[in-house]
Write a protein that binds this ligand. Sequence first.
Ligand code: C2E
Ligand code: CA
Ligand code: CA
Ligand code: CA
Length: 278
Amino acid sequence: IFVPFGGFMALFIIGIVYWMSRERLSPKAELDLAIRNREFIVHYQPIVELETGICFGAEALVRWLRPDGTLVRPDLFIPIAEETGLIMPITNQVVEIVIAELKSLLVNERTLHIAINLCAEDITTGRILDFLDGKLQSTGIHREQIWLEITERGLVDIDAARVTLRRARQAGHAVAIDDFGTGYSSLQYLQGLPIDALKIDKSFVDTIGKDSATSSVILHIITMSQELGLLSTAEGVETEDQAAFLRARGVNFAQGWLFSRPLPAKEFIGFHKNNKET
Ligand code: C2E
Ligand code: CA
Ligand code: CA
Ligand code: CA
């Protein structure tokens, strides 16, 4: 009777020790492990051309799929990755996943684009460009098909950013300022950085048809982007009224639940098939 009981106790103790050792991992150590075990997946949110409804491409949005099956939203781990110096390997893995999952689609559909989110450290060091360059080589994907989204969050060294973005555009990538209008210094970045497009933050899209004071802010953003010769993408478009408002004012692209939630690669490929130029 003691032998099975002893075996059970041993297993129980091993279990407790394992559980305690997991619990003691710091967020940084956990993320570090997730990077080494490649626990990240990418969903693709379609970006459509407002005028035609045609699929222009998608934004690559990372998620952390933990071994226990839970899916962690990026706002819960990207800030930690940024603070602990672990963001660059995550950006790199996103690039690798995008290429692995969408290479044949991108090679066959030259008018399709994928936007990748960069962090301040990616932009300041510029190493992401070398990484992208190496990974794109011999895939047949054109540089023009990869857009880069940058936020002003944490971006301090504007001179370094300017150097990286110039290189990116010379290589053929388009650069978009993300979450435009939400930071403290959007206008300064607009003036100081070489960019191609603006992403109008969801908080402004939300005001359409609601609050006349703030919805006049979105009108100014749209006008300004047109006067500067930039393309514009509205994010977080949820209603037909919002889409109609944006379309009437000449906003180029939109993404949001009205068109589609972020999708796994296979489903995005299906979305594109149903919404492409014929
Ligand atoms: P973001 O770049 O502003 O991405 C748009 C977010 O809005 C996504 O959340 C998307 O799922 C959500 N969204 C899109 N359409 C709608 C809509 O119609 N209604 C509502 N309520 N939400 C909508 P998600 O995927 O949770 O990503 C959150 C943020 O995490 C992103 O905001 C981006 O800043 C960051 N992020 C995501 N993937 C990456 C990545 O690969 N690298 C980096 N550095 N950051 C990432
Ligand atoms: Ca983005
Ligand atoms: Ca955004
Ligand atoms: Ca946003």
